[in-house]
Design a protein. Structure first.
Length: 310
């Protein structure tokens, strides 16, 4: 038992595991994860493709190549932390707990990372201004506006989605700007500005001069009628709509200037829609706590060393 404890707490084992995990994790970021076997055979030479497929490196973070070394590193770190903490607590003076806090932070980081990996979920949605999407907690997120900012020479500068969140009819977030590197955190979800695309929109004019803009798949209620924009027709000159009034409904193709019910078709236009990605990361709070512990432990350790050196 003593030999096992000496081995599991050895510095040599820790250094070897850290080096292995560092190298393999870097390689895992280079090798695309989760592709099919045929995709790897097309991407790499025969020998490299066989290594990736046979070792399971294409799903590295879920394979024994990662799980067993990570478990051993966690066991090594835990055993060293307990062993050192017991030794420090037995001292009557001159205790140094900075490394203990640092080790606890590293342990929490490992647990948080595994938790994040195992519970990580994500999804995406494309919204045009005015569109909304239901969130898991019953709230509704709406896209108020989307901007595609450019530099003076025309180069893309930034994509900005302006979103609002309502729950039970009350605003929770209003006019929040999502940028590529500036996400929105709401509950357990983090929303990222992921992409954009140009979508077809139908402009309709009301009897009083009002103008409505419908994205494909969006409907509009005016009076007793509902107007649903299905799609542009094949040549893009007319719009295909479903017009319903009560139990009656009809599908029509209308060109600009034609009347459809109480409204008039003004024409087809293009407008930008935002691609928003939602990520659920249950281990994120623990990772933040771990980073704080690591910072405190590192600062405390250096402060004690500086104090002892004075």
């Amino acid at each position: 038992m003593k030999k096992f404890l000496d081995w599991i707490t050895s510095m040599r084992l820790a250094i070897g595991l850290i080096a292995y995990l560092a190298v393999t994790c870097v390689l895992a970021t280079i090798v695309p994860q989760g592709l099919s076997d045929d995709a790897y055979r097309e991407m790499y030479s025969r020998i490299v493709a066989q290594l990736v497929v046979q070792t399971g490196f294409g799903s590295f973070f879920g394979s024994i190549l990662f799980i067993i070394p990570a478990f051993l590193f966690f066991a090594n770190l835990s055993a060293c932390t307990v062993k050192r903490l017991v030794r420090e607590l037995r001292k009557k003076k001159g205790r140094r707990h900075g490394p203990d806090v640092l080790h606890l932070g590293l342990m929490a980081l490992v647990i948080g990372s595994v938790w994040s990996f195992s519970g990580h979920q994500q999804g995406s949605v494309t919204l045009a201004p005015g569109d909304g999407v239901n969130l898991p907690d019953g709230a509704v997120m709406r896209l108020d506006d989307f901007r595609f900012d450019r530099y003076e020479d025309g180069r893309p500068k930034d994509w900005v989605s302006v979103v609002s969140i309502e729950k039970d009819g009350r605003p929770v977030e209003e006019g929040v700007e999502l940028r590529v590197n500036d996400p929105l955190r709401y509950g357990r979800l983090t929303f990222y500005q992921a992409s954009y695309q140009e979508v077809a929109a139908l402009a309709l004019g009301g009897p009083g001069g009002e103008e409505y803009l419908l994205s494909q798949g969006e409907d509009l209620v005016v009076g007793d009628s509902t107007y649903f924009f299905m799609a542009p027709d094949q040549d893009g000159s007319r719009a295909v709509l479903r017009v319903s009034s009560g139990a009656d409904g009809r599908t029509v193709k209308a060109s600009p200037g034609e009347a459809v019910g109480e409204l008039t078709v003004l024409g087809l236009r293009g407008r930008y829609a935002a691609g928003i990605e939602a990520v659920s990361d249950p281990g994120f709070p623990l990772v933040l706590v771990a980073m704080a512990l690591i910072a405190v432990g590192t600062t405390w350790t250096f402060a004690q060393k500086l104090k002892e050196g004075v």
